[in-house]
Design a protein around this ligand. Structure first.
Ligand SMILES: Cc1cc2nc3c(=O)[nH]c(=O)nc-3n(C[C@H](O)[C@H](O)[C@H](O)COP(=O)(O)O)c2cc1C
Length: 222
């Protein structure tokens, strides 16, 4: 009887230990990647610029399917990637080449900072924070919400109004690039100014000089 009891106890201990390991592994698996290495854009496909302009439109209906890595990479490259390795020139121009814009990608697993030089995403905030990137219901379901942040400290002119106008224009170029890429790839996309900039700043732990300017949702069509 004692033997059976000891055997049952050992069996229970073994099962518990296994479950603990399994739970731990599951936990590790559920952790968002600290970095996402992006791919190089495929320049052999896509519509002509004129066709993309013809097809560009805002859409607020998104499939819940997450973007594949190639599409996510190209979307970010269109937004703020480097297109001239020798000078560090970018796909979207900035006034005086200030390069004041940083791009955050709100994905299902977390919020990531886009690092164009390294062509990678770096985890900034864990968890699904997509809903925080806007104030309309569809925002939470878009595969990605891009948030454009301008560091006003990088703009050297001392006229604050003028700096704000210039960075708004700069962000406008970024968002049009994204619109055109989405049109080319038949993705749904909409630019959004209806955002809670204060809440986003807090979530991203931004510096005083960093201003949340605009957001843009993108994803596969519903
Ligand atoms: C600066 C800017 C801010 C916008 N803000 C929002 C927004 O907060 N929410 C939204 O649903 N659409 C927003 N839009 C999308 C416009 O409503 C849309 O571009 C406009 O209705 C024209 O439609 P189209 O893009 O299909 O041509 C914004 C567009 C721009 C350019």
């Amino acid at each position: 009887m004692k033997k059976i009891f000891v055997l049952a106890l050992s069996l229970f201990a073994a099962v518990s230990a296994f479950s603990a390991v399994e739970a731990k592994e599951k936990n590790v698996k559920n952790k968002p990647a600290k970095e996402i290495v992006l791919q190089k854009a495929d320049f052999s496909k896509g519509k002509t610029v004129l066709q993309a302009m013809l097809d560009r439109h805002s859409s607020r209906e998104f499939s819940d399917r997450q973007l594949d890595i190639r599409t996510l990479s190209e979307l970010l490259w269109a937004a703020g990637g480097i297109n001239r390795e020798d000078t560090g020139g970018m796909t979207a121009p900035t006034a005086m080449n200030y390069k004041e814009i940083t791009i955050y990608a709100f994905l299902k697993d977390g919020v990531y900072l886009y690092e164009p030089k390294e062509n990678k995403l770096v985890l900034a905030v864990e968890g699904d924070k997509r809903a925080a990137a806007g104030m309309q219901d569809f925002v939470a379901g878009a595969a990605v919400n891009l948030v454009y942040v301008s560091d006003m400290a990088k703009m050297k002119g001392d006229d604050d109004d003028r700096n704000m106008t210039m960075t708004a224009v700069d962000v406008g170029h970024v968002s049009e690039n994204v619109y055109l890429y989405c049109a080319s790839e038949d993705l749904a996309c909409v630019t959004r100014a209806f955002i809670d900039a204060g809440a986003i700043s807090k979530l991203l732990n931004l510096k005083e000089s960093q201003k949340v300017i605009l957001s843009q949702s993108a994803g596969y069509k519903k």
